[in-house]
Each structure stands twice: as structure tokens, then as C-alpha cells.
Design a protein around this ligand. Structure first.
Ligand code: ATP
Ligand code: MG
Length: 428
């Protein structure tokens, strides 16, 4: 029978790789906690309707990329393609947004049925933050600064560029969409089917058209910038001034729009050219209308999400993962002789209690001394503790042996093992 394989685009992360992920998770959590953000966890499955109403019916994510199915009750559910919708749903459902400010963070797997390639997978991991109830550009500057702090901690600052754009307030976008629709309508016979279909449902998506003929036509289309209100422009200018003040450089990219419909005003992305094609590692912006759109009381908001796989790839390829994060053990305990099982488990228990930070593997499964010693060397441990006795003999002493070329060892009384080990490893 053929062996079963993982689903394409859904990766196993093996023990050699997990320390890199743990390192990144630790750094992210340290940064969000420094900024006073609190963790929220929400399900990977939600009503499909939640994503349709937030991300937008006519977006690539909802039209083509969601894993949706009817469950046994006939409810249409989807695996979450991103975190913001579920975070808003959860925060609102539990009254976290009612006249309150919230600074929240999350991490977890997201699912999109995309074409798998380097940096683009069908199950991928995101870190995100969402800040609710703060209208000013100060919070936008804060979340950008928070991401910049992470790049700093990870020593990635030199490899990442911040791009920002003002896509206007919701009303500005509505007026612009109407003007764009009118323009597209008057050129309907020059559009392709895809653009004609989107002309009414989501005209701004037509701007992303890959068809060169459509792109030529769009050169004469109305520009969003001309529809952006003064308030929105002022918000954006203040954000830029704040970023300059805290020393964060940025590039203004008028083509930056983001693929989710809920964004307004300031949007941003951090990109790198050290990854090839999939160069965006973090994207975010304001989404002031989303809470209300999902049935909550109007609550302004801003947030971002970053792709963990892309960051791991970056750290790996730039050699930025500190070697000490590789998970190694300190002690490998050899147990030569079946009758020593209980003694070895007891000694291991005592040593772990005495030195809570000690990483100790007690050999299981029997076998000859030489084979066990080989495992001890392969484990990367610094020392081996050898428990060995003749049949019928009571264990009185153990050997502590350095697992380096010296192979030095000492014999110690069983009861003094912990003291001696502490001395050898300089731990207490
Ligand atoms: P992309 O430009 O790669 O299509 P996006 O705009 O669709 O990204 P967002 O929805 O903003 O991405 O998600 C935020 C981040 O999550 C991205 O910047 C990226 O780092 C990561 N990401 C998104 N989709 C994937 C995926 N399929 N596989 C791996 N990481 C992803
Ligand atoms: Mg995408």
C-alpha cells in the first residue's frame, strides 16, 4: 500500500527546524509584551460568512483560496485564511471592544489554497497584533514601531524596507469606486471578462489586472489620490512625521493596496529582497469599519500580520539564528543492566528536581554499554552518567564521564552524584 503523504503545501516542521521557530516565537512574544499587548486565541474554523463579510466576497482569498466545507450539521465553515476576522469576532463576542481600548496579539496557522512555492504555502503560520479603540496615527506608528523592534532584535533591520500608503477613508474609497466604475463602464468593450465581472462588484480589484491591455487603459483611469479626503491626508502626514521622529525610514508606495477589503487610511508592508519572489514578510494597516461591518458597535482599529515561514527562511539564509537556540541536552544517563531500571529512574528524577534547568536523557530500551555510549555522544550531551553493576550487586557508585576527546571520568558515591554533577557542570 502506498504511504500517505502530507497535503501539498502543508509542511511538517521537524525537530532540527523547530528551535528556529521557537527562537522566533520567543522574540516575537518578548516584543509584544514589551509594548503591553495581550494574547488572544481563537479557533482555526469559523463560519464562512465571517470571512466573506470581512475580507470581501470579491477578493482572491474568498473567491479562490479558502478551504470551505459543509460540516455534519450542514453549516458552511472555513479554515481561517487570516487572523483579523476571527480576532474581531472573538473580541466583540466577549465584550472586549465595548468602550475599551485593547492591544492584542495572536499566533497560529492560517490556510489558503494557493499555488505552493518557496515562501508560499497552503498552511502557514502568522504572528499578528490588533489594536482596538484608538483613532489617531499614534497607534499606527506604535504597531509599525513594534514590528521594527522585532527586526532589530532579530538583526534583520538592514534587510527590510517599510512601504506605506494612504488608501483613503471608507467614504473616500466609496466615492472613488463609483468614479472608477463609471470609467470602466464607459470602456467596457475594451475590458476582458474578468475585469468586466469585477467592474461592479469590486472595481478596485480591476487595478490589479495582469492583462497588459487593461493596464494600458487604466493609465487614464481616475486616481485614488484625487479622492482622498483632507482628514485622511492629515492622518497620514502625522503618521509620517511620527515615523521620522522615532527614526523609522519608509518609502511611500502609491501602488500599495493590500488584498483584503477591510483596510482604510494607512496601510503598510515590510519587504525584503533576500527571499526572491515572496518578499513581503509583514503587512497591515487601519481597518476602522470592520467591527461595525461585522455587527459590532463602531470601533476603530489597526493591526498587522507577519508570515513566520518567510521570517524563518530569512533568518536561516542570513545566518541570524544564534547557535545556542539549538536544543541540546546536558546529560545522557547510561543504564547498563535491566536490574538498574528503577535506580536510574529514581536518580534521574532526583537530578531533575535538584537542577530544574538541567536537560537530562535517561537511556531507555537496554542494550550494550558501547551502543549506549555511542548514543550519548550523538546526543550532544556534555557528560554521561554511567550506571553499571554486576548481576545481584547493589549499585553503590556511578561514573560521570566527559563526552569530549578527553573522556575523563570520575567515580562517585551514588548519593553524591548530584553534588559532583553540579561541580562538573558548574550549576547549582
Ligand atoms: P502575498 O504578498 O505573499 O500574497 P498577502 O498580501 O496575501 O501576501 P497577508 O494576507 O497580508 O498576505 O498576510 C500577511 C503575511 O502573511 C504576508 O506578508 C506573508 O508574509 C504571509 N503570507 C501570506 N500568505 C502566505 C502563504 N500562502 N504562505 C506563507 N506566508 C504567507
Ligand atoms: Mg496573497
Amino acid at each position: 500500500m502506498a504511504k500517505l503523504q502530507a497535503i501539498r503545501g502543508m509542511n511538517d516542521i521537524l525537530p532540527d527546524q523547530t528551535p528556529n521557530w521557537q527562537y522566533l516565537e520567543k522574540c516575537f512574544q518578548e516584543v509584544v509584551h514589551r509594548y503591553g499587548y495581550r494574547e488572544i486565541r481563537f479557533p482555526v474554523l469559523e463560519q464562512t460568512q465571517l470571512f466573506k463579510r470581512s475580507i470581501g466576497e470579491v477578493t482572491d482569498i474568498v473567491e479562490k483560496e479558502m478551504y470551505s466545507f459543509d460540516d455534519r450539521n450542514g453549516d458552511n465553515l472555513s479554515l481561517r485564511p487570516e487572523g483579523t476576522a476571527g480576532c474581531v469576532r472573538a473580541a466583540d463576542q466577549h465584550g472586549l471592544l465595548f468602550n475599551q481600548q485593547q492591544r492584542l496579539w495572536y499566533q497560529g496557522p492560517m490556510f489558503r489554497h494557493e499555488r505552493p512555492q518557496k515562501g508560499r504555502y497552503r498552511q502557514f503560520q502568522q504572528f499578528g497584533v490588533e489594536a482596538f479603540g484608538m483613532a489617531g496615527p499614534d497607534i499606527d506608528a506604535e504597531i509599525i514601531q513594534l514590528s521594527a523592534s522585532l527586526w532589530n532584535d532579530l538583526q534583520l533591520s538592514d534587510y527590510l524596507t517599510l512601504e506605506i500608503n494612504n488608501i483613503g477613508a471608507a467614504e473616500d474609497r466609496k466615492r472613488y469606486a463609483a468614479a472608477l466604475t463609471a470609467f470602466l463602464f464607459s470602456h467596457a468593450d475594451e475590458l476582458d471578462d474578468d475585469a468586466r465581472n469585477r467592474m461592479h462588484s469590486n472595481p478596485m480589484r480591476v487595478l490589479d489586472s495582469k492583462n497588459p491591455d487593461v493596464q494600458v487603459l487604466l493609465k487614464n483611469a481616475p486616481a485614488l489620490l484625487d479622492y482622498v479626503s483632507e482628514d485622511s491626508t492629515e492622518h497620514y502626514s502625522t503618521l509620517k512625521a511620527l515615523l521620522e521622529q522615532v527614526g523609522i525610514s519608509f518609502i511611500e508606495n502609491p501602488r500599495l493596496v493590500r488584498g483584503l477589503d477591510y483596510y482604510n487610511n494607512c496601510v503598510f508592508e515590510w519587504t525584503t529582497d533576500s527571499l526572491g519572489a515572496q518578499g513581503t514578510v509583514c503587512g497591515g494597516g487601519r481597518y476602522d469599519g470592520l467591527v461595525e461591518q461585522l455587527g459590532g458597535k463602531p470601533t476603530v482599529a489597526a493591526g498587522f500580520a507577519m508570515g513566520v515561514e518567510r521570517l524563518v527562511l530569512m533568518l536561516d539564509s542570513l545566518g541570524k539564528i544564534p547557535p545556542s537556540t539549538a536544543q541540546v541536552i546536558d546529560v545522557y544517563m547510561l543504564v547498563v543492566g535491566k536490574e538498574l531500571t528503577a535506580a536510574s529512574q529514581l536518580l534521574a528524577k532526583q537530578l531533575r528536581e535538584r537542577f530544574p534547568a538541567l536537560r537530562l536523557v535517561a537511556h531507555c530500551g537496554g542494550g550494550k554499554y558501547n551502543n549506549q555510549l555511542k548514543r550519548a555522544y550523538n546526543s550532544g550531551a556534555e557528560v554521561a552518567i554511567v550506571l553499571e553493576s554486576e548481576p545481584g550487586e547493589v549499585l553503590e557508585t556511578v561514573k560521570i564521564r566527559r563526552l569530549d576527546d578527553s573522556a575523563e571520568f570520575v567515580s562517585v558515591e551514588l548519593a553524591k552524584t548530584a553534588d559532583k554533577l553540579g561541580e562538573i557542570l558548574s550549576i547549582s
